[in-house]
Ligand binder design. Structure first.
Ligand SMILES: C[S@@+](CC[C@H](N)C(=O)[O-])C[C@H]1O[C@@H](n2cnc3c(N)ncnc32)[C@H](O)[C@@H]1O
Length: 328
């Protein structure tokens, strides 16, 4: 179920004193907005392999720049998109070096907010959201969208920064469930901020793809010995085994799957013990990634990019909503 909360503020009065650079920025922004055609144009920050970008694109908006630190992710982005990919550390990147845009999309790393981080005593919050905030305040796009894990709600300072920015009306959807479209349990938080009030719509339930439908016909997967060790109870937890014939959903795709494939297995009677890990391509399909999307890097890096990604239909829904906003 989608819990919808809305926090809105009256836009603050315009400042009467402006520094020369601010005037110049405003002129550039206004010129950009006059040039804009019907297709809203956005910049994506912390873009990873571009799964969210792909979804947004499919939803009918254009991405013109992606900002990402990791070299392999940038290689994947360049392989699949023609837009500008900037390899940079966003905690050092100046906002004036990014292009004017209608909307900004942020997917800052969520590792510090997830329950597993709690186990490792690292659940302390993260300051990368401040750089998202810095970019937003300096560029003042018409719309911004943040994607993260529901656990972020526990971080009041992060939520305040994202949802109470003056001049923006903010709507938060949580949880947005990947199983609305895909055979994966994955809940996320999506926040839309806009300069005008707008009735953002939640995702609509559709016929979700089944686990059976995303499996390879002839899966080519090596099964490491540790998979059998976990099956025999030699680790603290047993694997999560999903059965496509029982209509099961796969658990959340995690980024470190390439390092330990024993935690998530799929039932497949053609393999010893009747189970096996997911192939990279199956993992990608669990996230709604189309077959022609190519990942760079080693197998472990490919699993990482997929596990870190935003399920493509989530981006598609967000893209459609952003498009609807600009058409209104
Ligand atoms: C949640 S993932 C993004 C997923 C992506 N939106 C997708 O859907 O494929 C977060 C990304 O932030 C990147 N990142 C982490 N720290 C960064 C920094 N300081 N500057 C830029 N990117 C950073 C990571 O390399 C990772 O790819």
């Amino acid at each position: 179920m989608i819990a919808l909360t809305k926090s809105s503020r009256e836009p603050a009065r315009q400042a009467t004193f402006l520094f020369p650079e601010t005037i110049e920025c405003r002129q550039r922004r206004n010129a950009f907005r006059r040039r804009r055609t019907t297709e809203p144009v956005g910049n994506s920050y912390f873009s990873g392999a571009g799964l969210f970008d792909l979804g947004l694109r499919r939803g009918g908006v254009r991405i013109q720049q992606s900002f990402e630190l990791d070299e392999t992710c940038c290689a994947t982005l360049r392989r699949n998109f023609t837009h500008d990919v900037v390899q940079t550390d966003l905690s050092h990147a100046l906002a004036k070096h990014s292009r004017e845009c209608d909307f900004m999309a942020f997917t800052h790393p969520c590792t510090k907010y997830s329950p597993v981080a709690n186990l490792h005593q690292t659940r302390t919050g993260d300051d990368l959201y401040l750089h998202a905030l810095r970019q937003t305040v300096l560029k003042r796009p018409e719309v911004y969208v943040h994607e993260n894990v529901p656990g972020m709600k526990k971080f009041a300072v992060v939520m305040e920064a994202i949802t109470e920015l003056p001049d923006y009306y903010v709507t938060v959807f949580c949880p947005v469930q990947a199983c609305t479209w895909l055979p994966q349990k994955r809940d996320r938080l999506i926040a839309f901020g806009s300069r005008r009030p707008f009735a953002w719509r939640p995702p609509e339930q559709s016929r979700a793809v089944t686990l059976q439908e995303i499996l390879d016909e002839s899966p080519d997967v090596q099964i490491p010995d540790y998979v059998y060790h976990r099956l025999r109870g030699q680790y603290r937890d047993r694997p999560i085994i999903s059965d496509p014939l029982s209509g099961d959903l796969a658990p959340t795709c995690v980024a470190h799957y390439g390092q330990d494939m024993s935690t998530r297995l799929v039932r497949d009677v053609r393999f010893p013990e009747g189970v096996r890990p997911y192939t990279v391509r199956e993992y990608a399909r669990l996230q709604g990634v189309p077959v022609d999307f190519e990942f760079s890097g080693t197998t472990a890096q490919q699993y990482r990019q997929i596990g870190n990604g935003v399920a493509v239909p989530v981006g598609e829904w967000a893209g459609r909503e952003i498009r609807r906003y600009f058409a209104a």
